[in-house]
Write a protein that binds this ligand. Structure first.
Ligand code: SAM
Length: 254
């Protein structure tokens, strides 16, 4: 009887393993709302991509007062030699701040719009920033090499990814084990945040989407006026060696 049960379990698991990944459909179609694309991922309608003509809005001078990006940067824990990917970098509002933060490392600014990459390159030349590479990507692939980056910064971009599952898989591949994603999204739970609903995300939704792609939620820090600051990790960080502590003799006077 036990043998029969093991045989059934084995056959079932083999059949499961043979289901091609492509047969899994993570997306559904639904009503297309004003700012959405009518494509849903785990119940969330994906928003339209902000075009390059929005670059001026990204660089607006009120942004510091509204969103406190300098506070965000202060709270990004990055080694000075870290390799960081700014995905959905846009005009590079955060890219140049990141480059200052990793003087011995580098920033890879990734975006799907050639126009955004052109703006970034122009600014890079004007500012004379050397530790910065730009990368034109595609909707479902960051084009980053495997195991290359220590961290990914996603500010106000993830909710626009039209293939979030594939992008999560691509970021997973690009990160080193233990590498982190810093996800910044306007808080959907807060009706006072003056941003269109599809450009916001709830913490619950983000956690569900990232967990389904193998990421470990580390923490959410809500110190910013409008955005969640969420940290996710690719599991498998090499264990830190414990610093040897001086052993006390059992009979030593304390
Ligand atoms: C609202 S802008 C944010 C730009 C920048 N992170 C900032 O906060 O200033 C979103 C950017 O994400 C980019 N984007 C959208 N889908 C993308 C994808 N699948 N891969 C990479 N970038 C993408 C868009 O082209 C756009 O430049």
């Amino acid at each position: 009887m036990r043998l029969l049960l093991s045989l059934i379990t084995l056959t079932a698991s083999l059949a499961w393993a043979e289901i091609p990944e492509k047969s899994f459909q993570p997306y559904t179609e639904g009503p297309k709302t004003r700012d959405g694309i009518g494509k849903y991922f785990m119940g969330r309608e994906i928003s339209q991509v902000m075009g390059h003509l929005g670059a001026g809005w990204l660089e607006r001078s009120e942004r510091e007062q509204e969103e406190k990006p300098s506070l965000l940067m202060k709270n990004l824990e990055l080694a000075e030699d870290a390799v960081v990917a700014d995905i959905g970098a846009g005009s590079g509002y955060f890219t140049f701040k990141l480059a200052e933060k990793v003087p011995k490392g580098k920033v890879i600014a990734v975006d799907i719009q050639q126009e955004m990459i052109d703006i970034l390159k122009k600014r890079q030349k004007a500012f004379g920033v050397e530790n910065l590479e730009t990368l034109l990507s595609v909707e479902d692939d960051t084009k980053l090499p495997e195991n290359e980056v220590d961290a990914v910064l996603l500010v106000d971009a993830y909710h626009e990814f039209s293939f979030p599952r594939e992008m999560l898989a691509s970021m997973y591949r690009a990160l080193k084990p233990g590498g982190r994603i810093f996800l910044l999204e306007y808080r959907a739970e807060d009706p006072l945040v003056p941003i269109k609903p599809l450009h916001k995300m709830s913490q619950k939704q983000a956690k569900a989407e990232y967990a389904a792609s193998g990421f470990r939620w580390v923490e959410t820090r809500d110190f910013l006026p409008r955005q969640h600051f969420m940290i996710f990790e690719k599991p498998g960080a090499p264990e830190k060696k414990a610093t040897p502590t001086k052993e006390k003799k059992a009979d030593a006077p304390s």
